[in-house]
Write a protein that binds this ligand. Structure first.
Ligand SMILES: *Cc1c(COP(=O)(O)O)cnc(C)c1O
Length: 385
């Protein structure tokens, strides 16, 4: 089979590779403790499931959803932004419903990049920014995220000829995989930079509600951000809804119009019943999310102190459900990941899988119960590095 050039430029999705490796080990009888994929292990809250049950019975929900989303769901998103971030959004024009935020992030470059157009992409990062750019014929220009700069990109280091040609800047805070959080000063610099060079900012914000200290902010809280920026939101992590496939983009109406046109030609919208369940998620009781935060916090503390005792260096994350740990001196990410797998049956993602600047780190996802985490710490203690 002759695959297209653009397809050949894509690598196999990182987590598909890791899943494959896990399956092989399970077959060999190894009992794997999986800190790999960032997919919540807990179920979707009951009130959301009940809303879905009711919504799926309604025959008017059995049709093509079409358009930019169910008006009542878009209204709920706008109200949530007002309440949570004090950001005003016009629900009709400044909110676009997606089939998960990954879908929108992947399609965005198709609307704004011409062949050879540049997208500024942080690394290490969630892989879809790069994949969407390549599929649209664009060229990624990578911004390396370093510990010394709090894993924020150094905008001043971008050559001005690149900045002038760039069309999109992708960002993601709280960050996957580094768990870093951005502050207002950084986002203000981003707005200034984007205005100067007329660059679209696509801020991916699915972890805004997975925090343990200060509440993370929205990029759209910065004055002027809405003129050239969109923020991607998701129910996946906040409400344990990764499998449902629902998210949104909000912000600049002009940018959303472009993305909506791409989507109108490719997909036909998000199942209406899921959008109705989404209204319940945002408007209903929020205790479940409180509980989710407490659960991850407890897990974080167990793993953090366990790793520390064994001499591993990491920052205690203040948001996201990831722990970004430095590999012990003398080991690459890949090498350490395979040692952990083979000697201890512990699966962690090599940081280098998210980009070259992730070399020297491992990402532990806290999406498994605390007994398993304690067991992993025990196993770590027993292997001698
Ligand atoms: C999980 C995740 C998403 C996910 O979203 P969906 O809404 O489930 O598509 C997007 N970006 C990052 C960085 C993530 O970690």
């Amino acid at each position: 089979m002759q695959y297209s050039e653009r397809l050949r430029k894509l690598s196999t999705y990182l987590f598909l590779k890791i899943e494959q490796r896990k399956k092989e080990l399970l077959k060999k009888g190894v009992e794997v403790i999986d800190f790999g994929v960032g997919d919540p292990d807990l179920p979707t809250p009951k009130n959301i499931i009940s809303a879905m049950r009711k919504a799926v019975e309604k025959s008017q929900n059995h049709h093509y959803p079409l358009g930019t989303g169910l008006p009542a769901f878009k209204e709920a998103i706008a109200q949530w932004y007002q309440k949570r971030f004090s950001v005003s959004l016009n629900p009709e024009k400044e909110v676009l419903v997606l089939i998960g935020s990954k879908e929108g992030l992947g399609h965005l470059p198709l609307a704004f990049l011409n062949k050879g157009g540049i997208a500024l992409i942080p690394e290490p990062a969630y892989p879809v920014y790069q994949a969407g750019t390549i599929l649209s014929g664009g060229i990624p220009f990578f911004l390396s995220l370093r510990e010394g700069n709090n894993f924020l990109p150094d905008l001043k280091a971008i050559p001005s000829n690149i900045a002038r040609k760039a069309k999109i800047l992708f960002l993601n805070y709280p960050n996957n995989p580094t768990a870093s959080v951005a502050n207002k000063e950084f986002f203000e610099k981003v707005v200034k930079f984007a205005k100067k060079y007329k660059i679209i900012v696509a801020h991916d914000n699915p972890y805004s509600e997975i925090y343990y200290e200060e509440k993370p902010m929205s990029f759209l809280q910065i004055p002027g951000a809405k003129e050239m920026g969109v923020e991607f939101g998701s129910l996946s992590k906040t409400y344990n809804m990764t499998g449902w496939r629902i998210g949104w983009a909000c912000g600049s109406a002009e940018i959303l119009k472009g993305l909506a046109k791409i989507k109108g030609n490719i997909d036909s919208g998000t199942f209406l019943a899921i959008q109705e369940a989404g209204i319940e998620a945002l408007n209903g009781p929020q205790e479940a999310t409180e509980e989710i935060r407490r659960t991850y916090e407890e897990r974080r503390d167990i793993l953090f102190s366990g790793l520390k005792k064994e001499g591993w260096q990491s920052h205690k994350p203040s948001a996201t459900f990831y722990l970004w740990a430095k590999t012990p001196v003398g080991y690459t990410s890949e090498k350490m990941a395979s040692i952990l797998l083979e000697k201890a049956g512990i699966l962690a993602t090599p940081g280098s899988g998210f980009g070259p600047s992730g070399e020297g780190y491992l990402r532990f996802s806290l999406t498994l119960n605390k007994e398993r985490i304690k067991e992993a710490v025990e196993r770590l203690r027993k292997i001698s590095l």
